[in-house]
Ligand binder design. Structure first.
Ligand code: PMP
Length: 355
């Protein structure tokens, strides 16, 4: 039976990425060696990093004056590295859920964290839009897509530079990089396997604060060493490159955004139509294109386990919702074909007929 991979991360990758990576595990770039067993400083591997950096710049239209890095430690280490490198006395954070809160926790080690707005009052089911950012904050941090709560944030208007955690929607839609001092993302959703972290940082924003930064946590060190201050995660970075090539071939972020909007619409329309289910995000413009969260309608609450079992039996993998929201979460990342979304919709309709 066909398996439809709705996991939130690590999650579905393009067939192209898996095939090319599998080939390179056996024979990388004609070296007769595995990509896992060549030096990161070999000319073949340096070419991988160079091409990946160039493709990130091309696909996201990264302006001059920004550096692209492939680091390790996940987005969680970026929660710390961002304030370490960029925060003076104060930084502003938009609190839209679990990942924003974790980012704020790390920033508090360095100074005053101003929570400009929060949607905690409604279990993060909407995006606050009206708020003021203190002019003396070093930056405003936001989470562009809330993987757990199924909401998305458009780059906020602010009078200070932006810092964004784009872990779960990077490359899913265009982004105005110039508004940002820093963008970071764990690779394991739209890019590759876990183990690599993408960082896009404005060179000019660095070196401005009066703080000793440990070597491994200093973006400038990684920039000077072109992501090779220490051994990069070679296999994940190789896989990331394959996904970037795949995305370019497909027409880039503008093309994939159209597909993502279409895919999400198919699913949200069914959730809104089907009497058994309801979206957890009432405001349509706040609904994520990557993580579609929904629950049983209150009068059908007792059917939750039955639907999960029914859908699992039909090949729907990973649709159990995060414990802080409950219900279901179908992640529809770039690599997910619309056929899989349609298969889930068919399953929901079949389940409705049974009840
Ligand atoms: N931010 C967001 C939006 C996420 O979805 C995740 C992981 N799912 C993280 C941060 C944490 O990423 P990592 O596990 O790579 O540290």
């Amino acid at each position: 039976m066909k398996k439809h991979n709705f996991y939130a991360g690590p999650s579905i990758l393009p067939e192209y990425t898996k095939e090319k990576t599998a080939e390179a595990v056996l024979n990388f770039a004609g070296t007769g060696l595995s990509v896992m067993e060549v030096s990161h400083r070999s000319k073949e591997f340096v070419a991988v990093v160079d091409e990946a950096v160039a493709l990130v710049k091309e696909l996201l239209k990264v302006p001059e004056g920004y550096s692209v890095l492939f680091l390790q430690g996940g987005a969680s280490l970026q929660f710390l590295m961002a304030p370490y490198n960029l925060m003076g006395l104060k930084a502003a954070y938009l609190n839209t859920g679990v990942w924003s809160k974790k980012a704020m926790k790390e920033a508090k080690f360095f100074g005053e964290v101003v929570e400009v707005a929060s949607s905690a009052d409604a279990n993060f089911n909407y995006i606050p839009k009206q708020f003021d950012t203190p002019a003396d904050a070093s930056y405003l941090h936001y989470t562009s897509n809330n993987t757990i709560f199924g909401t998305k944030v458009n780059a906020p208007e602010a009078n200070v530079p932006l810092v964004a955690d784009m872990s779960s929607d990077i490359f899913s839609r265009p982004v105005d990089v110039a508004k940002h001092d820093l963008i970071y993302a764990g690779a394991q959703k739209n890019l590759g396997p876990s183990g690599a972290t993408l960082v896009i940082v404005k060179d000019e924003a660095l070196g401005k604060i009066d703080r000793v930064i440990p070597t491994m946590l200093d973006y400038r060190i990684h920039i000077q060493n072109e992501s090779m201050f220490n051994t990069p995660s070679t296999l994940p970075v190789f896989a990331c490159l394959q996904t970037l090539r795949w995305l370019k071939e497909l027409g880039g972020v503008e093309a994939i955004e159209k597909i993502n909007i279409e895919k999400a619409a198919v699913l949200y329309d069914e959730i809104d139509r089907n009497k058994l289910f309801q979206s957890t995000v009432p405001n349509k413009e706040d609904r994520s294109l990557m993580n579609v969260t929904f629950v049983m309608a209150p009068e059908f609450a007792e059917l939750e386990k039955e639907f999960l079992d029914f859908a699992t039996a039909k090949g729907m993998i990973g649709i159990k919702g995060h414990r802080s929201v409950g219900g279901f979460r179908a992640s529809t990342y770039n690599a997910m074909p619309i056929e899989s979304v349609q298969a889930l919709v068919d399953t929901m309709q079949e389940f409705e007929k049974k009840h």
